[in-house]
Design a protein around this ligand. Structure first.
Ligand SMILES: *[C@@H]1O[C@H](CO)[C@@H](O)[C@H](O)[C@H]1NC(C)=O
Ligand SMILES: *[C@@H]1O[C@H](CO)[C@@H](O)[C@H](O)[C@H]1NC(C)=O
Ligand SMILES: *[C@@H]1O[C@H](CO)[C@@H](O)[C@H](O)[C@H]1NC(C)=O
Ligand SMILES: *[C@@H]1O[C@H](CO)[C@@H](O)[C@H](O)[C@H]1NC(C)=O
Ligand SMILES: *[C@@H]1O[C@H](CO)[C@@H](O)[C@H](O)[C@H]1NC(C)=O
Length: 538
C-alpha cells in the first residue's frame, strides 16, 4: 500500500475539537489488533482479536457521543475497521472502507473520530479489507437514547448482544485465494454465536424479568433464523427504528442486519436453547446457546426447536410485518413518525440489478453489469485532491441495460438533498442483502417477480421502517426511498462477502456545490495518505 504519512498529534487534537460538537460527550477507545488462537468450531484457528478478544469489545454509546477509537494494527497486513450502520454524518472520512480511507499499515496506528449523531439502535463494526471478516475482528455497537428522550418500553433487566453468523474452518488468506483464483466460496462449515459453536455461550436471566437481545448477522454468506426455545420475542427496534411491538416465534436475519427483541423469562425455571440456523440452504447448519434461568432446576430438554419450514413466502410476510411505531421517539424529541417520507416526491429512480457473470474466465459479481474493482487510491481522497484518472462519475448506469459485464471502478453521482427511489432487482435464485453506508432508507415495498411502475401502487408510504441493510428475495425486488442527506463518498455493497469482494458494490458520491462545513467536514489532519495521494498535504 506504499508508505503512509501521519500528521502530529497536536494537530489531531485541534481537529477533534473543531470537528465535533463541543457539548457532546467523548468516549475513548484504544484497540490493539492482533492475531490469536480461537476455536469457534472446535478446531484451532488464527483469529483477528481486538485487545485479545473475539468478538471485539462492545461499543456502548449514547446519541450524539463522539467516539475516539485509536487502532493499533499489530497484524502483518494493512487493516481497516468500518462501522455498519453508523451514519458518519458529513464525515465519510471516517467510514473505514477502502474507497474512503487508506489502510492502516502493519505496525502503525490511526485514530477514528466518529460521532453517533442523531442515531439510536443496534449495529456492529467489522474489518473491511480483504477477507479479514472471516477471521473475526468484529464487535457490537449500541447507541442508547439520551436520558431526556422517552423509549417506548420499560428499561429491560439486562441487555445482551448476539453476534451470529456462518463460519469457515479455512482461514481468511485461504478464502481470499479461492476468490482471487476465480471461484466462489464453498458453503460455510458451521454457524457461531459470539465466537462459539454450539452451547458455548450462556445468557443468565432471572425468572419474571424482561431482557433485551440485540442480534446481528455478522456472517459472510448466509441468512439466518433466530429463536429461543419456549419463549416469544417482542420486536422493538430494527437498525435505529422503534418498531410496532409485534410478537415473533422466530426471526429471519439477513447478512449485515440487526434486530432488537424483548424476551421475558416467563417459563418454568430451567435452561432453554437459543438457536440460529441457516435459511434457504439445502443443508441446514445450526448453532445453539443457552438461556439459563438463575433458579434453573435443570439443563436443556428435548431437541432445539426447528426453524420455519416454509421458505420465501413466510419470510417475505414477516418482512412486510415490520412497521414503525409512529408515536415512538427516535433519536430526537419530535416523534420519528412525523417524517412523512410518503409525501415527498422522489427526484430520481435508481434500479440496481445484481448478476454473477464470468469475466475473463473468472467468477465475478456485478451491479447493472459493472463489476467493481478498487482503484490504487481511495476514491474519497482522489476526489478531494482532484487527482484525475482514479475514477469517473457516471461509471455505473442508473439501471441495467442487460449488456455484458465489465470491470470498472464504479462511482455514481448524486445530488445532496435529492430523494431517491432505489429498486433492488434480483434476477438470481439466491437471497441478496444490500447495505448503504452513510444513509438509512425507508423500505417501501418488496415482492416476487419483475418490478414495474405499477408496483408503486402497493408501496407502504405510511409506516414502514427505515434501516440501512435490506434483503432481496430470489427472483424478486425490494424498493426503498432514500433521502440523500449526507455529503460524501458512500459504499453501496452486497453484504455477502464473496460477492462484495468480487465486485457487487459501487460508490455513491453525494455532492454539494456549497463546499461548506455545514455540509461536509474538512479532511481530518490525521488522514493517512497512500497511492497517488502520497506527496499531497491534508
Ligand atoms: C499489541 O499486542 C501485541 C501482542 O500482545 C504486543 O506485542 C504489542 O506491544 C501491543 N501493542 C500495543 C500498542 O499495545
Ligand atoms: C499513534 O499512537 C501514538 C501513541 O499513542 C499517538 O501519539 C499518535 O497520535 C497516534 N497516531 C494516530 C494517527 O492516531
Ligand atoms: C408505540 O410507542 C408508544 C409511545 O412510546 C408506546 O406507548 C406504545 O406502546 C407503542 N406501541 C406499539 C404497538 O409498539
Ligand atoms: C492460512 O492457512 C494456510 C495453510 O492452509 C497458511 O499457509 C497461512 O499462513 C494461514 N494464514 C493465516 C493468516 O493464518
Ligand atoms: C409532487 O409532485 C406533484 C405532481 O408533480 C405536485 O403536484 C406536488 O405539489 C409535489 N409535492 C411536493 C411536496 O413537492
Amino acid at each position: 500500500m506504499g508508505i503512509c504519512r501521519r500528521l502530529s498529534p497536536l494537530i489531531l487534537i485541534v481537529l477533534l475539537v473543531i470537528c465535533a460538537n463541543g457539548e457532546d460527550p467523548y468516549r475513548f477507545f484504544t484497540w490493539n489488533i492482533t492475531y490469536g488462537d480461537i476455536y469457534p468450531l472446535g478446531v484451532k484457528q488464527q483469529g483477528i482479536l481486538i485487545n485479545g478478544q473475539f468478538p471485539g469489545p462492545q461499543i456502548e454509546s449514547v446519541t450524539n457521543d463522539n467516539l475516539i477509537v485509536s487502532i493499533f494494527n499489530s497484524l502483518d497486513e494493512p487493516f481497516l475497521i468500518s462501522w455498519n450502520g453508523v451514519q458518519q454524518r458529513r464525515n465519510s472520512w471516517q467510514d473505514g472502507v477502502y474507497g474512503t480511507n487508506c489502510p492502516i499499515p502493519p505496525g502503525q496506528n490511526f485514530t477514528y473520530n466518529l460521532q453517533v449523531k442523531d442515531q439510536i439502535g443496534s449495529y456492529f463494526y467489522f474489518p473491511s479489507l480483504a477477507l479479514h471478516k472471516a477471521a473475526g475482528g468484529y464487535g457490537g455497537i449500541k447507541i442508547a437514547s439520551r436520558s431526556v428522550i422517552p423509549v417506548p418500553f420499560p428499561p429491560p433487566a439486562g441487555d445482551f448482544t448476539i453476534l451470529s453468523g456462518d463460519w469457515y474452518k479455512k482461514n481468511h488468506t485461504d478464502l481470499k485465494a479461492i476468490l482471487d483464483s476465480g471461484s466462489d466460496l464453498p458453503l460455510p462449515d458451521g454457524l457461531i454465536i459470539n465466537g462459539h459453536g454450539s452451547n458455548g455461550d450462556t445468557f443468565t436471566v432471572e425468572q419474571g424479568k424482561t431482557y433485551r437481545f440485540r442480534i446481528s448477522n455478522v456472517g459472510l454468506a448466509i441468512s439466518i433464523n433466530f429463536r429461543i426455545q419456549g419463549h416469544k420475542m417482542l420486536l422493538v427496534e430494527v437498525e435505529g427504528t422503534h418498531t410496532l411491538q409485534n410478537t415473533y416465534e422466530s426471526l429471519d436475519i439477513h447478512l449485515g442486519q440487526s434486530y432488537s427483541v424483548l424476551v421475558t423469562a416467563d417459563q418454568a425455571p430451567q435452561d432453554y436453547y437459543i438457536v440460529v440456523s441457516t435459511r434457504f440452504t439445502s443443508q441446514v447448519l445450526s448453532a445453539t446457546s443457552i438461556l439459563h434461568y438463575s433458579n434453573s432446576a435443570g439443563s436443556v430438554a428435548g431437541p432445539p426447536p426447528g426453524g420455519p419450514t416454509t421458505q420465501i413466502d413466510w419470510s417475505i410476510e414477516q418482512a412486510r410485518s415490520l412497521r414503525r411505531n409512529l408515536t415512538a421517539s427516535g433519536p430526537r424529541p419530535n416523534p420519528q413518525g412525523s417524517y412523512h417520507y410518503g409525501l415527498i416526491n422522489t427526484t430520481r429512480t435508481i434500479r440496481l440489478a445484481n448478476s454473477a457473470p464470468i469475466v475473463n474466465g473468472k467468477q465475478r459479481f456485478a451491479v447493472n453489469s459493472v463489476s467493481f474493482i478498487p482503484a490504487d487510491t481511495p476514491l474519497k481522497l482522489a476526489d478531494y485532491f482532484k487527482i484525475p484518472g482514479v475514477f469517473s462519475l457516471g461509471s455505473i448506469p442508473d439501471s441495467s441495460s442487460g449488456g455484458g459485464a465489465y470491470l470498472q471502478t464504479s462511482v455514481m453521482a448524486a445530488d445532496f438533498r435529492g430523494f431517491a427511489e432505489v429498486v433492488f432487482e434480483n434476477p438470481e435464485d439466491t437471497v441478496q442483502s444490500w447495505h448503504v453506508d452513510g444513509h438509512t432508507f425507508f423500505v417501501v415495498g418488496m415482492d416476487g417477480g419483475q418490478w414495474s411502475d405499477a408496483s408503486r401502487l402497493n408501496y407502504n408510504l405510511r409506516d414502514t421502517i427505515s434501516r440501512c441493510t435490506v434483503q432481496v428475495y430470489p427472483k424478486s425486488w425490494t424498493a426503498v426511498y432514500m433521502p440523500l442527506d449526507n455529503v460524501g463518498m458512500w459504499n453501496i455493497r452486497s453484504e455477502n462477502w464473496a460477492r462484495q469482494y468480487l465486485g457487487q458494490q459501487f460508490y455513491l458520491r453525494v455532492y454539494s456545490a456549497a463546499n461548506s462545513w455545514r455540509d461536509e467536514y474538512p479532511i481530518p489532519s490525521n488522514a493517512l495518505l497512500c497511492g497517488r495521494t502520497l506527496g499531497h498535504r491534508t
